[in-house]
Design a protein around this ligand. Structure first.
Ligand code: ATP
Ligand code: MG
Length: 655
């Protein structure tokens, strides 16, 4: 944040006038269709959340809904519950007992279906296994795994015995794993021999071994046999144990530990788009209530639905909307292990057709890839089962939204653009699909009970039609409670910019009708001759051009203008770059936004640098454009991309 001192607010607004009212057929069957829910929740947010909490199982009811002394929140004070009990046991006395809880498809095409009863049994066995390894309440357990059912089983087993888990995305390197294990001071690591990815094997155990050489707190390592390419000699005697051997003789029941509502459920590190990842701390009661209610209402979840959130569980989206949210609701959650283009670029659509997926929740980065590949892939499949689509992770360009709505949703499915963060635990800004009239590119309105505002430098609400900083004025149940091991960073990062108000770090605008439009990170704002341009708006203007698949805009120091716009552009398949196209794209931005936003430079590139969670890393592009040493690159998906861009940018600057 210190990088730019904000003087004015973001003041360029992109014109987007398309509107999509909820289709009558959708409204008819929607879980919520009465807009009074907003008023009710805002009149008494605590009562609103308490009502959602009452639908869950509490060993002991809370004494007080909220204890708030900014920046410290405690929800459901005095209440006792267990997350695994709520995700499993609660359903076993109902018709859900033999319903599919998890449907898993591996990349090679293998399938596994676990009913609620199955999942309960596997969770109990592994929980007993963890106990045997010496894991007790409060001990941290690190999970470094592919997208396989054992990952969900391990999370729920930890929750069952009160051991906070810390999941590290399986695509991270040994060093990234080591740092996260050491930060969490974990006692046990759970990993796998490997996972399947684009036909090859990701060498998880090898990376884990490398990391564990420098992880003094780890006592035991449990290894799932997934790929089968390692023998017993790959286990380090005394430290390592195969998962299947550990659970083999465990009892089928394990009591669910009654946890205080404010006991820690998990730690999770942010994506690192803006800098060093932060270890967010999430607790039990509030988090579960938040993910339960948002899953039910935003995704309009029905008993017979198959819900597919494509996020890896290594990210918060996977925690909340592959595992905890759907399972707390007794839903069927689908997990897929591999990449969308293996063996072909229609893999996801084949999965939608095969399992008759009803709700699909994914990220703009994936949607833009599909757009680039073309409509022919989804067109090969019958996707008529889809009823609702969602996106999360980055602002979605209106063009990508409209494409998603049409090419994937067949024009009949509402698209919920959901804004939230690792820190927030669950969705905070999103349409309610049975109520909200959608505008492509807008996350629309705060969820009931959430007080989101757009403010200027002084923390004053901006008038309709203006932009500023997105803040949250009131605590919400799933919010992070602190940053693990660094309480001061928690206060500085989120609660110091505007005292008593949560600072999201994102820029936003609110239009005349009160819709919220996310404009990307405040750090990413570009200042050209005193005008504040949002990267999102320039990128959307570029993606609006028929030749462009993806774009990243950044500001580069300029002697006269302060900053000049530089754009990195990926073209659609079969489109060739040329000086004429470059000129056309610049003109297109001028036409959509104005001369002030005209890029000085456009660099065509086959790939943009992204985090492992698929977000464009503009800070590295700024470093490249300014010829600086690259900042923290540990969360980068493919370091080769920045290296080649750096080289090319240097050459072009010299030429
Ligand atoms: P770090 O905080 O480490 O820099 P990060 O912010 O990318 O990483 P996440 O918590 O994974 O880590 O991402 C949350 C951010 O993603 C939000 O602050 C916002 O910038 C962006 N985001 C998420 N959903 C949306 C959305 N629907 N529209 C716009 N932006 C979104
Ligand atoms: Mg962030």
């Amino acid at each position: 944040m210190a990088q730019h001192q904000e003087q004015h607010t973001i003041d360029v607004l992109l014109e987007e006038t398309r509107k999509y009212p909820p289709p009558p057929a959708f409204v008819q069957q929607a879980n919520v269709k009465d807009p009074a829910i907003y008023e009710e929740a805002n009149r008494d947010p605590e009562q609103f959340w308490a009502r959602a909490a009452e639908e869950l199982h509490w060993f002991k009811r809370w004494d007080k809904v909220l204890e708030w002394q900014a920046p410290s929140a405690q929800w459901f004070v005095g209440g006792k519950l267990n997350v695994a009990y709520n995700c499993l046991d609660r359903h076993l006395a109902t018709a859900r007992k033999n319903k599919a809880a998890l449907i898993f498809e591996g990349e090679p095409g293998d399938e596994r279906v676990l009913t609620y009863q199955d999942l309960h049994r596997e969770v109990c066995r592994f929980a007993n296994g963890l106990k045997q390894l010496g894991v007790g309440k409060g001990d941290r357990v690190n999970l470094y795994m592919p997208m396989i059912p054992e990952l969900v089983i391990a999370m729920l087993a930890c929750a069952r015995i009160g051991a906070p888990h810390s999941v590290v995305f399986g695509g991270f390197s040994a060093d990234a794993l080591r740092d996260r294990i050491n930060d969490a001071q974990a006692k046990v690591l759970v990993t796998a021999d490997g996972g399947w990815r684009r036909g090859g094997i990701t060498q998880l155990k090898r990376a884990a071994d490398e990391a564990l050489r420098q992880c003094p707190t780890i006592e035991k390592c449990v290894v799932v046999k997934r790929t089968g390419h390692l023998g017993n000699d790959a286990l380090q005697p005394g430290r390592d144990v195969w998962w299947h051997e550990l659970v083999q003789s465990q009892p089928l029941e394990c009591p669910a530990e009654p946890m205080e509502a404010e006991d820690v459920l998990y730690l999770l590190y942010t994506s690192g788009s803006t800098g060093k990842p932060k270890g967010t701390v999430h607790t039990t009661g509030g988090y579960l209530v938040g993910v339960y209610a948002t899953t039910k209402w935003i995704f309009d979840l029905k008993e017979e639905d198959t819900f597919w959130c494509t996020a890896d569980i290594g990210w918060v989206t996977g925690h909340s909307y592959v595992a905890y949210g759907p399972l707390a609701n007794g839903a069927t959650s689908l997990m897929y292990e591999g990449t969308p283009d293996y063996p072909q670029r229609d893999r996801w659509w084949a999965i939608v057709e095969k399992y008759r997926v009803n709700i699909l929740y994914t990220a703009p980065t994936a949607i833009r890839s599909f757009m680039r590949w073309g409509e022919e892939y989804p067109m090969r499949h019958d996707m008529s089962s889809l009823r609702l689509l969602g996106t999360v992770g980055e602002p979605i360009n209106p063009e990508a939204w409209v494409w998603y709505h049409k090419a994937i949703g067949g024009g009949r499915c509402p698209v919920v653009d959901t804004w939230w963060q690792t820190e927030t635990g669950h969705i905070l800004i999103s349409p309610l699909p049975g109520i909200t009239e959608l505008k492509p590119g807008s996350a629309t309105f705060a969820f009931p009970g959430i007080d989101a505002d757009v403010v200027d430098d002084q923390g004053r609400s901006v008038p309709p039609g203006s932009g500023g900083y997105l803040v949250l004025r009131r605590p919400w149940p799933g919010m992070l409670r602190t940053i693990y091991g660094d309480p001061q960073r928690y206060v500085n990062q989120y609660w110091s910019r505007f005292p008593g108000v949560y600072f999201t770090g994102d820029g936003a605008k609110r239009d005349e009708e009160g819709y919220i439009w996310l404009l990307g990170r405040v750090d990413d704002v570009i200042k050209v001759s005193g005008h504040r341009l949002s990267t999102m708006e320039i990128e959307s203007a570029l993606v609006d051009h028929p030749s462009v698949a993806e774009a990243a805009a950044i500001g580069k120091g300029h002697q006269v203008k302060g900053e000049a716009v530089v754009a990195f552009v990926t073209l659609k398949e079969h489109i060739q770059s040329s000086p004429l196209l470059e000129e056309n794209l610049k003109q297109h931005v001028v036409h959509k936004i104005g001369a002030i936003a005209r890029p000085d430079d456009i660099l065509f590139t086959a790939e943009l640098p992204k985090t492992r969670s698929g977000k464009i890393m503009r800070r590295l592009l700024r470093d490249i454009a300014e010829g600086r040493v690259l900042g923290d690159t540990t969360t980068l998906a493919d370091p080769g991309v920045v290296q080649s861009l750096k080289q090319r940018y240097g050459e072009e600057a010299e030429a």
